[in-house]
Design a protein around this ligand. Structure first.
Ligand SMILES: Cc1cc2nc3c(=O)[nH]c(=O)nc-3n(C[C@H](O)[C@H](O)[C@H](O)COP(=O)(O)OP(=O)(O)OC[C@H]3O[C@@H](n4cnc5c(N)ncnc54)[C@H](O)[C@@H]3O)c2cc1C
Length: 407
């Protein structure tokens, strides 16, 4: 299927990747409309990418070995234990083959690789999406209206393109928050023996857990990245269950810091608490799946299509796989309908499976945390199996393997 004038709404990770996919697939003209004006690279913290999924994406040319990353080869689950500096390890997950990326540097590297013939427009805010005969008209905040043969919504979890396709769907709040931050790499590098350098660590505490790992800082050094999941306190604005807190207040950040001081082994508490309060990010956790990844000339990719809880460690992988599968569908198709059908057949099921896994992880690891301290390796392994087992044997942790048909 050659030719066509295509717009991608959103120029983040999914947006950059699907722009490349559309161009490689055969589109004549590709425009990326991104509402922010260049500051994307400085936001965000760590992204984890499962190594086998990385290999598939690298072979297809969507990620590259020279994008800065760190290696993880195992994950230790620890609990506080009296005065013990690093706490007590209750279980080791091995192999645990993931790569750690900095969100900003991963995005910059993808952005840099979007070919120049793609018209990437920063500061272009899409305000309306109107399906028309054989195309789609986009309205922009500056008043312009532009017609495209097809539009790919890569506009994140609050997607306007998805709202147009499925007006009754919206992300559902999972009832708890993710907190994210980074602290200077020197903390782990100076104090940790070599055996720590390739380990991710999870600190378990009543009502949640916190994953900590090293990421590149994008300038040749490292930072310690952490993400902590827990229900907000009862007195948070809007209450803990009715919806996420309306805003990030100093009281909320303080509640996080007291929780860490109370429940974490001292070494890991410092990793979190040395992130300045005003650099600590709050991310309400949501679920969302769509009945179709494509309808007519509208397609979805990345978080716009499915919002998967971050415990799955597959958000970036899923976005990049969406692009890769779209490219394959495009190359094999003779019409817009065939592109949409092939893309939709592959991705809708994968998205739903990942949302389901995220829910199971959330239930076991946040909503109904076990008595971590009472667990040892065998108990941990059976608890983990209960969450990940799937009839096909491909649990989807870190993202699903690409199907043979995909590329
Ligand atoms: C700034 C930022 C930081 C992030 N940091 C992390 C992180 O540290 N760790 C992590 O695991 N995940 C992070 N994420 C989420 C992660 O990027 C996604 O889970 C995954 O990579 C898929 O991304 P996406 O491109 O589908 O969606 P997103 O990354 O959410 O991108 C959507 C893009 O669409 C643009 N957009 C939305 N609406 C419009 C509109 N109407 N007109 C034009 N443009 C629009 C947004 O500005 C945004 O750039 C971050 C996302 C963003 C935007």
């Amino acid at each position: 299927m050659q030719g066509g004038n295509v717009a991608v709404v959103g120029g983040s990770i999914a947006g950059c990747a699907v722009a490349l996919a559309a161009l490689r697939g055969g589109a004549d003209k590709v425009s990326v409309l991104e509402r922010t004006t260049g500051e994307l690279r400085s936001r965000g913290v760590g992204i984890a990418m499962q190594s086998d999924r990385y290999t598939e994406l690298e072979a297809a040319g969507y990620v590259h070995a020279d994008m800065p990353w760190t290696r993880m080869s195992r994950r230790d689950w620890v609990v506080a234990d009296g005065e013990s500096e690093r706490g007590r390890t209750i279980a080791e997950q091995r192999p645990f083959d993931f790569r750690g990326y900095g969100w900003g540097s991963l995005w910059s590297e993808l952005r840099r690789r979007v070919p120049e013939e793609v018209d990437y427009r920063s500061g272009a805010v899409v305000t309306s999406v109107e399906p028309a005969d054989d195309g789609v008209v986009l309205g922009l905040a500056d008043g312009r209206r532009e017609r495209f043969d097809a539009v790919i919504g890569a506009d994140g979890y609050r997607s306007l393109v998805r709202d147009t396709m499925f007006p009754d769907l919206s992300p559902t709040y999972a009832g708890y928050l993710g907190w994210r931050g980074t602290s200077p790499g020197a903390l782990m590098e100076a104090a940790a023996p070599a055996e720590f350098s390739e380990a991710g660590t999870v600190v378990g505490f009543p009502g949640g857990h916190c994953m900590i790992y090293t990421i590149p800082d994008g300038s040749g050094g490292h930072r310690t990245n952490w993400v902590l999941y827990t229900v907000p306190p009862d007195d948070a604005p809007d209450g803990p269950r009715s919806g996420p807190p309306a805003e990030l207040t100093p009281e909320l950040t303080e509640s996080l810091r007291s929780l860490v001081a109370k429940h974490f082994p001292p070494y890991w508490a410092e990793a979190v608490l040395s992130t300045p309060p005003d650099e600590t990010l709050m991310q309400p956790i949501y679920d969302l799946e769509v009945p179709h990844y494509a309808t007519g000339r509208l397609l979805l990719a990345g978080d716009a299509a499915t919002v998967v809880r971050p415990h799955v460690g597959g958000g970036a992988v899923k976005a990049l796989q969406d692009a890769l599968v779209l490219e394959g569908a495009w190359r094999a198709a003779d019409s817009w309908e065939e592109i949409a059908d092939a893309y939709e057949r592959d991705r809708t099921a994968v998205g739903s499976a990942m949302v389901g896994l995220g829910r199971r992880f959330g239930r076991a690891q946040v909503e109904r945390t076990p008595d971590w301290a009472a667990m040892g390796q065998p108990e941990f392994e059976s608890w983990w199996r209960e969450q990940t087992q799937s009839p096909e044997g491909d649990s989807g942790f870190g993202g699903h393997a690409l199907r043979r048909s995909a590329g």
